[in-house]
Ligand binder design. Structure first.
Ligand code: PEP
Length: 252
């Protein structure tokens, strides 16, 4: 069983006043290796302050995207090296909102993941089907296509995380059923094991999509669910910590 990762994605939310949430999470989580790993992916503007706030605690801080290049004439973009310099240890790559609103393709996501790894960050590579793809029975083909493209060039020795996030479940309150989650996660595990061998079994696969304190116990107990990527419920320390506590109980 892989150590669970409970990861929050604040998206475009969070001002300096919200560092209190970071403080509250730091104060409540345990540092032991037997407890789930805990991460908050905050907006780039809060990275330095959030990292300073989390310093000395078990909380990890991450970015939400990065450019595929380390520096250059890319106005408004942030590189993996900059995220690392600001205190991040993880970065989300290919979140569906980036794929949808910023045209990020599997090829771009693969280049971002490579750049993240080169900068010492662990990429959390997101995949997920649209409602139409789910209805037409294409889910597994879509996931496999995204994995093939987004993991292109990745080596077995690199640390990375996959997040399965069905687009119809993100921010909608609609949660995938345990059967739907298990089917995709088992498929992702098979893909990773086939491609990377033992390292593919050690890579964590997160579920994301309206995960909350009420459904966390059922979802986090599914085999091959190694944690969660949590949007809305990561904005309030109490909700995020309730999910973390559920994951702690499952780690035994
Ligand atoms: C996300 O943004 O990755 C996400 C899963 O959001 P939510 O938990 O709000 O559905």
């Amino acid at each position: 069983m892989n150590r669970k990762l409970i990861a929050g994605n604040w998206k475009m939310n969070g001002l300096r006043a919200d560092l209190q949430t970071v403080r509250d999470v730091c104060a409540a989580i345990k540092g032991e290796k037997t407890a789930p790993e805990t991460l908050l992916c905050v907006p780039a503007t809060l990275l330095v302050a959030a990292s300073a706030t989390a310093d000395g605690s078990a909380l990890r801080i991450g970015g939400q995207t990065c450019h595929s290049r380390q520096s250059g004439a890319f106005t408004g973009d942030v590189s993996a090296q900059m995220l690392q310099d600001a205190g991040a240890s993880y970065v989300i790559a290919g979140h569906s909102e980036r794929r949808t609103f910023h045209g990020e393709t599997d090829e771009i996501v693969a280049a971002q993941a490579a750049s993240a790894i080169a900068s010492g960050l662990v990429p959390i590579i997101c995949v997920g089907e649209t409602p139409g793809e789910r209805t037409s029975g294409e889910t597994l083909q879509v996931i496999e296509r995204q994995l093939t493209g987004s993991l292109a060039g990745l080596e077995a020795a690199s640390a990375f995380v996959i997040a399965y996030e069905p687009l119809w479940a993100i921010g909608t309150g609609k949660v995938a059923t345990p059967e739907q989650i298990a089917e995709v996660h088992d498929h992702v595990r098979g893909f990773l094991a086939n491609r990377f061998g033992a390292a593919g079994n050690a890579a964590r696969i997160l579920y994301g999509g309206s995960l909350n304190p009420g459904n966390a116990a059922e979802i986090l107990a599914i085999s091959n669910v190694d944690g969660g990527l949590i949007g809305g419920a990561s904005l309030k320390a109490a909700d995020f910590l309730a999910i973390y506590t559920t994951a702690c109980a499952l780690e035994g």
